[in-house]
Design a protein around this ligand. Structure first.
Ligand SMILES: *Cc1c(COP(=O)(O)O)cnc(C)c1O
Length: 410
């Protein structure tokens, strides 16, 4: 994935112009890429009744939500606040799936009032839900098939110690609760983690879910979660969506025949839809030659891009403003008073103080995981849509830092 000079243009908009106009650091998203990913997924599953629910915790700007809705996409939310953002962006409650973990029954009741599809992953909550609503509010149940999936232990959520979902081994107990409270289960769900490479993992999970599904008579959909792996570096192997589509479609159709009814098939990708659409533009503040390394210190850090620190994630870096410079080896580090390496031992076109660097794959879990640590402002966000750059979030100011602080007599 060696980027050529022309790749610095997104829909004809030069990323350097965006940095000049809106300043740095700045997140820039390519609307076309998001739509392309959405269409790739729906294309791979065209022979089933497919619904995509965008897992919006990846990137919650309401314009991204609006963009995906305009393509027919639904929403997967993990908090009542995300539900509200969805409504703000124009989603109908029934288009929103609410998949919280570890929240109180009170928050779930608020979501019921709004009218979104509830997904429950805890037997205690299921009992309280049944007690409150009986069969009057249908509910989806999140099962944990205990598949080890995903490249990194922090993003693998299907294993036996995981806090997510109700163990597939507890299905008999779930069935008793469902019967006792006369609960209407309209969906079954699994989400085993991120960065799943092997279609086999989805297939094994799907088979376990199909097996459990025979016991539930009111199903309208099955939700296979997410975890599609996207490319981060040159030559990365990614989930073969088309192959996965073929194999899941076959199995799903067979299952529906056995079950006696055609169900909807749901997925809830986050990363797959938005990761590659994003570029995080930073400026080289200082070059620092030490005895062992040349550091590039940029005007950002773990406060704006946490993934390298949190998950050892790799984000490709490109020097936008010196594309023909001689290649040299650098460590790109942030300005936070922590060791916040953004890229270790990278071969970049010579970086000079003032150069603009692009960090790739900054669409997912970049802005949405950002903080004000070191009392830095969160960056602006820009969406390139229909060949034009649009500011979709203003850069923070000092007012944002002190807005909620209460000064008392000291
Ligand atoms: C985070 C999350 C997703 C999205 O995961 P990606 O790896 O970004 O695709 C999907 N479903 C649930 C329940 C999640 O918590």
């Amino acid at each position: 994935m060696e980027l050529k000079e022309t790749s610095y243009q997104i829909q004809g908009v030069d990323l350097l112009d965006v940095a000049n106009e809106y300043g740095s650091p700045v997140y820039v998203y390519d609307a076309d890429k998001i739509v392309k990913q959405y269409k790739r997924l729906t294309g791979a599953f065209k022979d089933v009744d497919l619904k995509i629910k965008y897992a919006c915790k990846a990137l919650t700007n309401i314009n991204i939500l609006k963009l995906l809705r305009s393509e027919g996409c639904g929403l997967d939310t993990v908090s009542i606040q995300e539900v509200k953002l969805g409504l703000e962006a124009g989603y109908e409650p029934h288009e929103i799936l609410y998949t919280p973990n570890g929240v109180s029954i009170d928050e779930i009741k608020k979501a019921v009032e709004i009218g979104v599809q509830i997904n429950i992953d805890n037997i205690s909550i299921l009992e309280q839900f049944g007690d409150a609503y009986g069969s009057s509010v249908p509910v989806c149940i999140r099962l944990n098939p205990h598949i080890m999936a995903g490249g990194h232990s922090h993003i693998s959520v299907g294993h036996i110690d995981s806090k997510f979902g109700i163990s597939i081994h507890q299905v008999p107990h779930v069935l008793r609760v469902v019967k006792n409270y006369d609960i209407k289960v309209n969906g079954l769900h699994m989400h085993t983690g991120s960065d799943i490479l092997d279609p086999e993992v989805f297939i094994i999970g799907a088979d376990l879910l199909f097996n459990a599904a025979r016991e539930f008579k009111d199903l309208e959909f099955m939700d296979f979660g997410s975890g599609f792996k996207v490319g981060y570096r040159q030559g990365d192997v990614t989930t073969d969506i088309e192959a996965l589509g073929k194999r899941i479609t076959e199995r799903f159709q067979t299952f529906c025949e056995d079950y006696g009814r055609a169900l909807q098939l749901w997925f809830e990708p986050g990363k797959f839809l938005v990761s590659e659409s994003g570029y995080f533009l930073v400026r080289a503040n200082v070059i620092k030659q030490t005895t062992s390394t040349v550091f590039v210190g940029v005007d950002s850090g773990q406060n704006h891009l946490l993934r390298p620190k949190l998950y050892d994630a790799y984000h490709q870096i490109t020097n936008l403003s010196n594309p023909n410079g001689t290649k040299r080896i650098y460590s790109v580090v942030g300005y936070i008073c922590e060791t916040d390496t953004l890229g270790y031992d990278r071969q970049l076109n010579e970086v000079r103080e003032g150069d603009i660097l692009a960090m790739h794959n900054a669409g997912a879990y970049a802005m949405s995981m950002s903080s004000n640590y070191n009392s830095r402002y969160r960056p602006a966000e820009v969406l390139i849509h229909k060949g034009k750059a649009h500011l979709i979030r203003k850069r923070e100011t000092f007012d944002d830092l002190i807005r909620n602080q209460v000064s008392i007599e000291i």
